[in-house]
Design a protein around this ligand. Structure first.
Ligand code: IFM
Length: 442
């Protein structure tokens, strides 16, 4: 059986390097009746939105199983657990804290502290309260201020118990998938919406940073972005131009405002009706200093020039994971080095990396060798980036356990722990056993 290992003199062998596992509220919690509805509840209830017609009502039933899930996390020997808070669980319709919801997270955080596991808490992993969407959601500037108020109240309530707060997880997905192509909640389609939503999300981030720094100056406060590096199909200058435009549109659009206080130059090529509404002072709010940048990486994308559009994405070549994403680990180190060379970055945490594999459970075992190989190759690239001078402080496997994979429902498994959704039985996969062994052998 393949085993995960780290090179002999790697900084990733240091006890200072943080290893963790990650999840998100809507994907694992269930407990739907103990919170307000969110945009994903509504989206799942629509026809043909989710591959298996499922929803998050029960998910992994973490709402009820959180104690044994934390025992499970502890048994893996990780240093940290990255979770997200469900906004509709902790804030009621009038904007006040819902103490029952807050207590759910306080219990989790207290339990993690008892076990000496650092808590990395994300405030927004896509579960926007539905009543806020009913007023325009991320297309309404007011949502940024509602997010600040939520961040203010919840960070004050959790103060002292959180090692790191991230404002948003992957604003690209919320803005582009949710409001431009409509394959994620709330399912809005239109080129005129994506960049508007993105700007309000980034503004929300900047406003939330202010209250996080006020309430929890001792926590490491930052944001988590996802990157799908863009490669040209050929060496031609037109393909290079297409890839570069795609990179600005999908990746740099979210990081450049944070570190340079401006959007990429392609903003000048974007038609008026697609422009974000930028108010005076917004870019200063958005570009305030961060304690860390979270980087999520899974795959790359390949582009060619197109006669009508700025770029055309070709089908991902093999090898691919079960979700159809190309396995191309080299893009990981190339991305990290390029971000390091382009921006003046704070320390980086790899806040997500992992693979969907068509796992089979046989005799209580899951021999997910392809996932182990994926992790090995990507950990090696993280190490390569560190050796090239990138300041990386930790790595989180996505995910702790199989869960609700958004538009794919429960059909795609990303966990290092297998979940039987009928019995809610958890079984640590070989990748989990191997990740745990690698961590303990540092
Ligand atoms: O499951 C998601 C997660 O919620 C955000 N990042 C990507 C993962 C895999 O698609």
């Amino acid at each position: 059986m393949a085993k995960l290992s780290l090179p002999a003199n790697s900084k990733m062998r240091s006890n200072e390097f943080i290893y963790g596992v990650a999840t998100a509220s809507f994907q694992i919690e269930g407990g739907v009746n103990k919170r307000l509805p969110c945009i994903w509840d509504t989206f799942c209830a629509q026809k043909n939105t989710i591959a298996d017609n499922s929803n998050g009502d029960i998910a992994c039933d973490h709402f009820n199983q959180w104690q044994s899930d934390i025992e499970l996390i502890d048994s893996l020997g990780v240093d940290a657990y990255r979770l997200s808070i469900s906004w509709p669980r902790v804030i009621n319709k009038s904007g006040e804290l819902n103490q029952e919801g807050v207590d759910f997270y306080l219990n989790i955080l207290n339990s993690l502290a008892q076990k000496n596991i650092k808590a990395f808490v994300t405030l927004y992993h896509w579960d926007l309260p539905q009543h806020i969407e009913d007023n325009g959601g991320w297309l309404n500037r007011d949502t940024a201020y509602l997010f600040r108020d939520y961040a203010d109240k919840i960070s004050a309530a959790l103060k002292g118990k959180v090692y790191s707060f991230a404002t948003l997880n992957e604003p690209f997905c919320s803005a582009y998938l949710g409001y431009e192509v409509g394959v994620h909640a709330p399912g809005i389609k239109g080129k005129e919406y994506g960049k508007k939503a993105a700007h309000h999300l980034l503004l929300a981030h900047g406003l939330a940073m202010q209250v996080l720094n006020k309430n929890c100056p001792d926590s490491k406060n930052g944001i988590v972005l996802n990157f799908t590096p863009c490669y040209p199909e050929t060496n031609s200058s037109i393909d290079a131009k297409a890839a570069s435009y795609a990179d600005d549109y999908f990746n740099q659009w979210y990081i450049k405002p944070l570190f340079d206080g401006q959007y990429p130059d392609i903003i000048n090529q974007i038609p008026d009706e697609q422009q974000p509404a930028i108010h005076d002072g917004d870019m200063d709010i958005i570009s305030a200093p961060l304690d860390f940048l979270g980087v999520n990486f899974y795959t790359r994308a390949i582009y060619r020039a197109d006669k009508h559009e700025h770029f055309f994405q070709i089908a991902p070549p093999e090898p691919r994971t079960d979700i159809g994403w190309e396995i191309y680990p080299k893009a990981f180190s190339e991305l990290l080095v390029s971000l390091h060379n382009t921006y003046s970055l704070p320390p980086i945490f790899i806040t997500e990396n992992g693979a969907a594999i068509d796992d089979k459970i046989e005799q209580d075992q899951v021999n997910d060798i392809d996932r182990i190989n994926y992790y090995q190759a990507h950990l090696t690239e993280v190490n390569n980036a560190i050796e090239s001078g990138v300041n990386i402080k930790g790595y989180f496997a996505w995910s702790l356990m199989d869960n609700f994979e958004w538009a794919e429902g429960y059909s795609k498994r990303f966990g290092i722990v297998y979940v039987d959704y009928i019995t809610q039985q958890r079984t640590v996969k070989q990748s989990g056993i191997s990740y745990s062994a690698m961590i303990s052998q540092r």
